[in-house]
Unconditional design. Structure first.
Length: 321
């Protein structure tokens, strides 16, 4: 199903057999829990039977309400205490569940038609590039899923921000995404801490969002690089962060590389445009036939730049063999 962030592979959240097929289709390890998606509407009603807020203090409750009042429906996932109605498979056995209310008319219509919340991990094979068009879903999972609901290209293009909310309203960032941390702080008036390692953010593996082609990250703007650095030699596809591609291409050619394709995330340096184009651009460069992809850092780690940089870092991270 389409969402405003990326396409998701949906299954009825309360049906363990259906959820198991999602893990199988994605080749996703069972330690990596799923996000439960609910239809647009009053969060208290939509989350009834899925999350349990019994242990929440008035302050915790206020913090939570300020988040969903402001950001739902939208690209914010909240990790909250769960009920026993949620299958263990969904939460990887944790006592919390991740929930989100997507802002996409087709996702909403599907959720209403089914009448039960849906799990929906990004509709890619595990560790690969998330799909932002129906055609990319077909490329990733076309041999494994029977239907793709085409809702057009995703407006945001990056996954939701994931935040754990504790019973007193303490916040921890588990994944940067479509809602900037600065906005969470502004709305709640509370600091947002970092996730603990391991169990707190399962599934946030260093290598993720990876093209099949090795991707190397330059330390700064390619146009002013004085060595090809980790790019070595041979054919390359080039990911320019902002501005035109021509200066970067000219520089790499002067350094002896053969550029087979070059793309920019945003010719004007606009973060929203860069977020929207990131995964589709990585996919296009992956299909160029180059030996390597050379990517420029986004440089600005504030606002949406936090999530853009996170995805680029993980795309470049060493891969498990
Ligand atoms: O934008 C999105 O969130 C997309 C669209 C389709 O809605 N979905 C998505 O799902 O990105 P997925 O499966 O690719 O990412 C889910 C991540 C897990 O890898 C894990 O890090 C975190 O959510 N997560 C889920 N449940 C959790 C829990 N109980 N505690 C901590 N982290 C959890
Ligand atoms: Mg994913």
């Amino acid at each position: 199903m389409p969402t405003e962030t990326v396409y998701g592979l949906a299954a009825v959240a309360t049906d363990p057999a259906a959820v198991a097929r999602v893990f199988a289709a994605k080749e996703r390890p069972l330690f990596d829990p799923l996000i439960v998606h609910v239809a647009n509407g009053d969060p208290v009603l939509q989350l009834a039977g899925i999350v349990s807020l019994d242990g929440f203090s008035p302050r915790g409750r206020r913090t939570l309400e300020s988040l969903w009042d402001r950001f739902w429906p939208g690209p914010l996932t909240l990790v909250l205490p769960r009920t026993s109605r949620v299958p263990d498979l969904v939460t990887a056995g944790l006592d919390t569940v991740a929930v989100r209310m997507p802002r996409h008319p087709v996702a909403h219509a599907l959720l209403v038609a089914v009448g039960i919340p849906l799990v929906a991990p990004s509709a890619n094979r595990f560790g690969r590039i998330s799909p932002t068009t129906a055609a990319s879903v077909v490329a990733e999972l076309g041999d494994r899923v029977r239907y793709v609901l085409d809702g057009g290209p995703c407006a945001l293009g990056l996954e939701s921000t994931i935040v754990a909310v504790d019973p007193d309203g303490g916040l921890r960032l588990l994944r940067p995404g479509g809602v900037p941390v600065e906005a969470l702080v502004a709305v709640t008036g509370r600091p947002v801490g970092a996730a603990g390692p391991g169990i707190e953010a399962p599934g946030q593996t260093p290598s993720h969002y990876a093209p099949r082609t090795p991707l190397v990250s330059m330390s700064g703007p390619i146009a002013s690089a004085d060595t090809p650095g980790p790019a070595g030699s041979g054919t390359v596809a080039v990911l320019v962060a902002r501005g035109p591609t021509a200066p970067a291409v000219a520089r790499l050619e002067a350094l002896g590389l053969v550029v087979v394709r070059a793309e920019t995330l945003s010719a004007t340096g606009d973060a929203s445009e860069a977020a929207r184009s990131l995964f589709a651009t990585l996919r296009a460069l992956d299909e160029s036939g180059a030996e390597r992809i050379i990517a420029e850092p986004w440089a600005d780690r504030t606002g949406l730049g936090h999530a853009i940089s996170d995805r680029l870092d993980r795309a470049a991270a060493p891969r498990p063999r």
